[in-house]
Design a protein around this ligand. Structure first.
Ligand code: FES
Length: 268
């Protein structure tokens, strides 16, 4: 009978090379880093530019400025009213929603994986040695704040309701009655995808039925859980798609508001 002996002191192979992988493992983190940098740069510029965010004629408000709560918001753009007389230029007009949206995305399980690999190389890829000497996980400040994700989720649901209201307002023609144009449809597609992204969140999946021991006793919650699970399996795709639709919606409204082109109207 074989005796179990103590494990050797060094349980890992002593390989000096950074990696033995020969495939282009660096490509994915490089693409992620490039795309995220472009998106964050674009969003930062338009959030702080302070104009071209609302088209009064059609009630198009970009999600980057919703809700617009500064006293300097253009008339008609403040669906929740003006909370302040004016804000210093360093504070965006949508100061009440952007921290939660940002916190939600930054603490998202998928984005964490993506930007940890892309920017911190922790790890850069499977079977690639990371440059950090120690590993503390997310057990210390500031990364322990990632555990706030579920609370960001609750806030983002409220913000999604507000984004939905913005889309309903965009179904208005210049004479104040029902109407819609290409911008309305872009806003509608964006908000539908934002809902899909938010509801596909791992926290949402857990909330719906994650703690149930017996699905058969909770058929409604189980049914909801199966739908959320279907979305959850597409969470990464939704994370990237919504970054794209957010940028497209904002850019479209920016260009129409700046008078670069007119919104093609489909009805009224
Ligand atoms: S896990 Fe990605 S939004 Fe919650």
């Amino acid at each position: 009978m074989t005796q179990i002996t103590d494990a050797p002191v060094k349980t890992r192979a002593q390989i000096t090379a950074k990696t033995l992988r020969t495939d282009p493992w660096w490509r994915n983190p490089a693409v992620v880093a490039t795309l995220l940098t472009i998106w964050v740069t674009y969003a930062t510029v338009h959030v702080f530019i302070g104009k071209w965010y609302y088209v009064p004629r059609y009630h198009y408000l970009t999600p980057f400025y919703s809700p617009c709560i500064s006293g300097e918001c253009v008339p008609g753009s403040s669906s929740l009213g003006h909370w302040f007389g004016s804000l210093p230029p360093i504070i965006p007009y949508a100061v009440v929603s952007l921290p939660f949206v940002l916190g939600f995305r930054l603490s998202c399980y998928y984005y964490r994986r993506a930007y940890y690999r892309a920017f911190w190389r922790a790890p850069a890829a499977c079977a690639v040695r990371e440059p950090h000497a120690s590993y503390t996980g997310e057990s210390r400040f500031p990364l322990i704040l990632q555990n706030l994700h579920r609370y960001f989720f609750y806030m983002v649901i409220l913000i999604s309701i507000l984004n939905t209201y913005d889309v309903v307002r965009a179904f208005t023609g210049p004479n104040g009655s029902f109407g819609f144009g290409l911008g309305t449809l872009i806003m509608l597609a964006n908000v539908i995808l934002l809902w899909c992204y938010s509801l596909s969140c791992h926290s949402c999946r857990h909330i719906t039925a994650g703690r149930l021991n017996n699905f058969s006793k909770h058929p409604v919650r189980y049914w909801v859980w199966t739908k959320i699970s279907w979305l959850n399996a597409r969470h990464m795709q939704l994370a990237w798609t919504t970054l794209g639709t957010l940028m497209l919606t904002d850019l479209y409204i920016w260009l129409v508001a700046a008078g670069v082109f007119n919104d093609p109207r489909i009805f009224n």
